[in-house]
Design a protein around this ligand. Structure first.
Ligand code: OKP
Ligand code: ZN
Length: 334
């Protein structure tokens, strides 16, 4: 299986995040990549195909904002990384606002996703990595792995959040659609619900979104990922959420994943995108499931057995030393 990664993805390195009322070290570090590359034995540089496939998913005003935010923040005299503090939760409408704090709040769903001077470049190349893997699979590869970082599944069409800036799974899925795949499914098995991916495809019937994740009644992102969210309009029934409790082990996770795969099989996709997070591992520092390194082999084999051309994109996983072994186990199982 071909693997893709661009060194420019390493440049995004926020210093700290707001967590439980104080600042802590940022969990989504460049060291995550080093752990994965060491375990999987390297990756190929993706081509630079420009931003058309990114614009096919994200609003132009949001992309302009991501590029402009660091200078606006600096010009406002602020130290460190740009972080929002006020959000338009009710009257969310087009306003001609220019203050950096207004723009940050308008384009974010939380205060845990700093924007640095290098964020746009790193996110852009994370997108190119997802696209390179998609091009490989559309061209006939059975599967490909995109070592995306920053991750993507919390980012919506016009907002960042949850360490995510560009939704790499959505970019891959949309690129596959535009390359001729009539029906694309996304299986999200990160510990957290992929609210951004769900939002992007909420009212579309051509991209099926299924997610196995920690119950949002107890876990981030709280406001998305409940079992009654099934999509709307043309997308009614094309979203499937399977929340699970703290302490979940392989048997329950595997059963939920099988439910997701059955629903995807009924949808009959031409291509599958897997949003893979290894923060379901038993020792993850910010999560509460109990999968083992060997379990990823089983889960990946179950997905591979379905036979769909598959793009695997990296999402979360924060136990640095184990992360590479968990990813290697998943890829070996596939
Ligand atoms: C991103 B991905 C811990 C509080 C939660 C956001 C979690 C984002 C996870 N500091 N912060 O889905 O792995
Ligand atoms: Zn996660």
């Amino acid at each position: 299986m071909r693997r893709f990664f661009a060194p420019a993805q390493l440049t995004h390195a926020p210093t700290r995040e707001l967590h439980n009322g104080g600042f802590t070290a940022y969990a989504e570090t460049p060291e995550r990549v080093a752990s994965i590359l060491a375990a999987i034995g390297g990756a190929s540089q993706p081509a630079d195909e420009g931003d058309a496939a990114i614009r096919a998913v994200h609003d132009a005003s949001y992309l302009d904002f991501l590029r402009a935010a660091p200078a606006l923040w600096r010009d406002a005299g602020r130290p460190g990384d740009a972080i929002p503090y006020a959000f338009p939760i009710v009257r969310r409408r087009a306003l001609d606002l220019t203050r950096v704090d207004a723009l940050l709040g308008r384009h974010a769903m939380d205060a845990t996703t700093p924007i640095t001077a290098d964020t746009w470049t790193a996110a852009y190349w994370s997108g190119q990595t997802a696209l390179a893997a998609t091009r490989a699979v559309v061209s006939g590869d059975r599967a490909a792995f995109a070592l995306c970082r920053p991750p993507g599944h919390h980012a919506g069409a016009d907002y960042c959040g949850g360490y995510c800036h560009l939704n790499v799974a959505a970019i891959a899925a949309q690129a596959a659609r535009d390359a001729g795949c009539a029906r694309v499914a996304i299986l999200d098995i990160d510990y957290h619900h992929g609210n951004g991916t769900q939002d992007i495809f909420w009212d579309r019937g051509d991209v099926f979104y299924a997610s196995v994740h920690a119950d949002p009644a107890t876990d981030y992102p709280f406001f998305w990922g409940h079992a009654d969210e099934r999509g709307e309009g043309a997308g009614a029934g094309a979203t499937l959420n399977l929340p699970l409790p703290h302490g979940t082990r392989l048997d329950a996770f595997r059963t939920a994943q099988a439910t997701a795969l059955s629903a995807i099989a009924a949808f009959a996709p031409d291509l599958l995108v897997v949003s893979f997070g290894a923060d379901t591992w038993e020792g993850d520092p910010i999560s509460h499931f109990a999968l083992t390194t060997a379990d990823y082999r089983v889960l990946a084999a179950d997905i591979a057995a379905c036979g769909w051309p598959t793009v695997i994109v990296m999402e979360g996983g924060y136990a640095i030393d184990a992360l590479g072994h968990n990813v290697a186990s998943f890829l070996a199982g596939f």
